[in-house]
Every structure is written in structure tokens, then in C-alpha cells.
Design a protein around this ligand. Structure first.
Ligand SMILES: Cc1ncc(COP(=O)(O)O)c(C=O)c1O
Length: 386
């Protein structure tokens, strides 16, 4: 799949792009489709943004709902997962003394959202420290369940964690919390396109996912799904004309905005669907498992999760070998830039459990040679000062 597929994306020649996870990357045809929508909007601004906006968004929601198994009425388009989570937190009635709970694997922007919300409500914010190595989903479940309390107002769980690239057993966590009357918000920023996902089956109170990461939609395409029994209380961050007219209607219109990313999302889903979703997922997962094992064997570092890949999706995080794992913050920043400038490798460096790690992403345009180049560059950097 790999060599040919690279030409279907717009990535700069020569770069080993191992960071699909941060912002995604669009195929050329999706970029063209979005531009086409932008041209159409400028040709007929009122026809498209005024009279036809609702119908166009409704049509764009159909394939998203089919892929991720959501009823179109139960989700709204938003620009990104951060926006979706902010919307939920702004609408929740949080009392002083309540606890907002998540884990140490939380994405930092969401940590800040939760802290901010807790502070304003005189509530508490707490992270469950789930240390790696993690051997099973059960270990994650046990750590979370042991930390729930009568004060837990909302639990935020990542479906695929950002620093550690682990797939959490969200369905089981939601079921266990449900039996204790605790609502769960799932941060599925990485899940759409990476996992075979049925949002409705997870049955969380709230689920957000980015379409601009692993579904390869244009940047600024994401959704917030809310369980029907919670929809009346949830509104978008932008309160506009349709307040009180229903969840879907409120999310459809949030003032004048560029809706081209949403309208081009079906094109991305068609493109990836033509490659074959299950084939894409299987290939990306297999490559992540192989890269994880290969880096582990070369560097002889402690793995964060089982080497059989049972807790991985299409990304893997590995600790850097000594002495790189102990770099100071500014040295780590310089090292990342060095990998890009000198070796043409784009890869994120991540601080986890007091050590520096790298996280590799695997998308259909990647091949084993990209990860071997990374391993070679790291080996060379240990012997020479970079
Ligand atoms: C787990 C997780 N949540 C939320 C986000 C935020 O995504 P966005 O910047 O699109 O809102 C990210 C981004 O990488 C993420 O990894």
C-alpha cells in the first residue's frame, strides 16, 4: 500500500512523517474538495450559508453517522475535540465539593479545561495515576474503579491516550460507572478512523472525536455526540439564534463560520473507504506493533504496554534510550528540531513518568523504512552530540 499512497497525500518529499496523530494530514483530493466548497460558498454566500446550510450539513452528517454508528440527530459538528469538551463543561451544573476525575494519561488541553471548570465551581480536579507498564485493560479498569467516589461528578476517559498511545477499554469503563450513577465523557480525539468504532454502543453520556486526525478530513472537522437523555442540557459554546430549538439545530448554526471542512468530510470518508477501512486499520495497527517491537529491541527500554500490541491502535510510544531519555526540556526541544532539520523526521517527543519518549504514528503512507530511519538517527545521536 505504502509507496503509491504517499503520492496521494501532500506531504513534503523526503520527510519521514511519523506524526499523523497530532493534526492528521489530508489526501490531495480532500484538499481539492474543501477548496471547491470554499469557492462555492464565495460564489453563492447566501444560498449556501443561509438557505442551504442546514440541508448541506445534514447530508454531510449521514456518512459520518454511518461510519461511526451514530444517529445524525445525536451529534453536531464542531471544530475540534477541545471545543466539544469545553461545550460539555460549560453546560454541566457542577456544585462546590464535586469532583472532576480523569487519569494521568489525559491530553493537556483537556486537563486545563477541567482545572478551569473545577476552580470556578469550587469543585476539585483529580487525576488517577495509572503508571506504566500496563499489561491489560483490566488493570486500567481496576485503577479507575478503585478511585470513583460519591463526589465524582464526571469522569473523563481518553479512548486512545495521547502521551502513551494506549487504547482504553471505554465500553467496560462506561458500564461500570453507569452502575454507580457516574457519567463519563469519552475523549475520542484519535478514535474515528483508527478504531472500528460504534459511538452509540459505548453508551457514554458524551463522546467527542476528531475527523481531521485518522479519518483524514480537513482540519477543523470534529463532532460531539450526546446521549439522548443528556441532550437537553448541552449547548454549543456559541449560543446563537436557535437556542432551545433542539440539540442538532443549535450545533448546526453557531454564527457565520467556515463550514467547508464539514462539507468536505464525506469526500475523506469516501477516499479512505475506497482504500478499505478494515484494511487501513489492520495495516496501520500491524505497522505500529512492528515499530514498537523494533524500537524496543534496538533500545532495550522498558515497554509501556504488551509487545503483542493488544493495547495499541495505530500509534506506539517508546522510551528513548539513555542518555536521551534524561534530557532537559530545552534540549528535548532542540533534539526534535534536529531530527527534523538533519534527518527529515517529524516525530513528537513526549515527557512521561519523568523520562523522554517518542510517539510514532502509522498511516497508509508510512512504511517500515520510516521507522528504521528514526532508529538510525537516534542511534547516531547517542554517539555524537547533536
Ligand atoms: C486525546 C486528545 N484529546 C484532545 C485532543 C485535542 O484535539 P484538538 O486540538 O483537535 O481539539 C488531542 C490532540 O491531539 C488528543 O490527542
Amino acid at each position: 500500500m505504502t509507496a503509491n499512497h504517499r503520492t496521494l497525500w501532500m506531504l513534503k518529499d523526503g520527510i519521514a512523517f511519523l506524526n499523523h496523530g497530532s493534526f492528521g494530514a489530508v489526501p490531495r483530493c480532500v484538499f481539492d474538495e474543501q477548496n471547491d466548497w470554499r469557492r462555492r460558498i464565495e460564489a453563492e454566500p447566501v444560498e449556501i450559508l443561509g438557505r442551504r446550510c442546514r440541508d448541506l450539513l445534514a447530508a454531510a452528517k449521514i456518512p459520518v453517522g454511518q461510519l461511526l454508528r451514530m444517529r445524525p440527530d445525536d451529534f453536531g459538528f464542531v471544530t475540534n475535540a477541545t471545543e466539544a469538551i469545553n461545550a460539555v463543561f460549560r453546560c454541566l451544573k457542577i456544585n462546590s465539593g464535586d469532583e472532576l476525575l480523569t487519569t494521568t494519561h489525559v491530553y493537556n488541553a483537556i486537563r486545563q479545561t477541567m482545572r478551569f471548570t473545577a476552580e470556578r465551581a469550587s469543585a476539585t480536579y483529580r487525576e488517577i495515576d495509572i503508571r506504566t507498564p500496563i499489561y491489560s485493560g483490566q488493570q486500567i479498569m481496576d485503577a479507575i474503579l478503585a478511585n470513583l467516589s460519591d463526589r465524582t461528578r464526571l469522569l473523563v476517559i481518553d479512548h486512545v491516550t495521547s502521551p502513551t498511545a494506549l487504547v482504553f477499554p471505554v465500553e467496560q469503563i462506561v458500564a461500570a460507572c453507569g452502575s454507580r450513577g457516574i457519567d463519563v465523557l469519552i475523549d475520542g480525539a484519535h478514535a474515528p478512523g483508527m478504531l472500528d468504532l460504534s459511538v452509540t454502543a459505548i453508551h457514554a453520556a458524551y463522546y467527542t472525536g476528531n475527523l481531521h486526525k485518522w479519518a483524514c478530513a480537513p482540519k477543523g472537522s470534529a463532532f460531539l455526540w450526546v446521549r439522548p437523555d443528556r441532550q437537553a442540557d448541552i449547548h454549543p459554546n456559541i449560543i446563537s439564534h436557535h437556542l432551545g430549538q433542539g440539540f442538532g439545530r443549535e450545533f448546526d448554526w453557531q454564527g457565520t463560520r467556515d463550514i467547508s471542512a464539514f462539507l468536505a468530510t464525506p469526500c475523506a470518508l469516501d477516499f479512505m473507504g475506497d482504500l478499505g477501512w478494515s484494511e487501513v486499520r489492520r495495516q496501520n495497527h500491524d505497522l505500529a506493533v512492528w515499530a514498537h517491537q523494533m524500537l524496543f529491541e534496538k533500545w532495550n527500554v522498558p515497554p509501556l504496554s504488551p509487545l503483542d500490541g493488544s493495547l495499541l491502535g495505530s500509534m506506539a510510544t517508546a522510551q528513548l534510550p539513555a542518555p536521551l531519555c534524561d534530557m532537559a526540556e530545552d534540549a528535548a526541544q532542540r533534539f526534535q528540531q534536529f531530527l527534523y532539520d538533519e534527518h527529515q523526521i517529524e516525530v513528537p517527543l513526549i515527557r512521561w513518568q519523568e523520562r523522554w519518549h517518542i510517539r510514532v504514528s502509522c498511516q497508509v503512507y508510512n512504511g517500515p523504512e520510516d521507522y528504521l530511519r528514526l532508529a538510525g538517527a537516534i542511534d547516531g545521536s547517542i554517539s555524537s552530540a547533536f
